[in-house]
Design a protein around this ligand. Structure first.
Ligand SMILES: Nc1ncnc2c1ncn2[C@@H]1O[C@H](COP(=O)(O)OP(=O)(O)OP(=O)(O)O)[C@@H](O)[C@H]1O
Length: 228
């Protein structure tokens, strides 16, 4: 397993005292697979991702992420900081003290893995939101991250950009077999790209595993009054 979460409880101190956000959540995500985490607004998806990233500490339970991890955020304009895609990916490698040839090779291979090698020299401000997200994912791959934690990357993207980012993640995961991705989303249609899925409600994991089972369950919930 690349990700193991066991009985994760997470409480935070709010203005009126302690608030329980996650209640005994468990999930197991196999290495080399592309999984999605779904659930209604406020059910705790981003909080799970932040606990996996080490941004939030569990109050109880265990979180294990095997291998180097990277967190990619929702807003494409917060992801990339350098003038070109190539420079941005190389910038992230700055702290690794690598020989120049290796930096060039990692930058090329990671941009290639997300279908962005032809845009390597393009000024960053001329890229679409989805292309910027793909540059951010390339940055994580160049750093040899084995676990990608991806928080609602398609929120600000149009339909063709959404598709390009989903395809890039799927290709990066299935192409390497070493990379595992956990993708938080509201969009049921994105499940078609997933190898597995986790469904949450109200701070709890309700269902985890087979995509078709999770899809059927969510469709039933959507037909009730659950607000997404
Ligand atoms: N710092 C905080 N203070 C108070 N409540 C918080 C805080 N952070 C999160 N919450 C609450 O915890 C719950 C879970 O939040 P979280 O962002 O994980 O949900 P989510 O499923 O990712 O929501 P969305 O789909 O809307 O992004 C929500 O009810 C949210 O309001």
């Amino acid at each position: 397993m690349a990700i193991e979460v066991e009985d994760l409880c997470l409480k935070i101190m709010g203005e009126r005292g302690e608030i329980t956000i996650l209640k005994s959540c468990s999930m197991q995500i196999p290495k080399g697979e592309f999984w999605m985490l779904l659930g209604p607004n406020g059910c705790g998806k981003s909080t799970v991702l932040k606990a996996l990233a080490g941004i939030l500490r569990p109050s109880l339970g265990h979180v294990i992420v095997r291998g180097q991890k990277s967190f990619v955020f929702q807003n494409p304009d917060h992801q990339v900081v350098m003038p070109t895609a190539e420079a941005d990916v190389a910038f992230g490698l700055g702290c690794f003290n690598l020989p120049e040839d290796e930096v060039k090779e990692r930058v090329y291979k990671s941009l290639e893995a997300v279908g962005m090698s032809m845009y390597s020299q393009r000024p960053i401000q001329t890229l679409s939101g989805g292309q910027k997200q793909r540059v951010a994912i390339a940055g994580a791959l160049a750093e040899a991250s084995q676990v990608l934690l991806l928080d609602e990357l398609t929120t600000f993207l149009d339909e063709s950009d959404q598709k390009s980012v989903l395809e890039a993640v799927q290709k990066a995961v299935h192409g390497s077999k070493l990379v595992t991705a956990l993708w938080v989303t509201h969009r049921l249609e994105e499940l078609e790209y997933a190898d597995g899925a986790v469904y949450m409600e109200n701070g709890r994991v309700i269902l985890s595993g087979n995509v078709s089972r999770v899809r059927r369950y969510i469709q039933r919930q959507k037909n009730k009054t659950i607000e997404w």
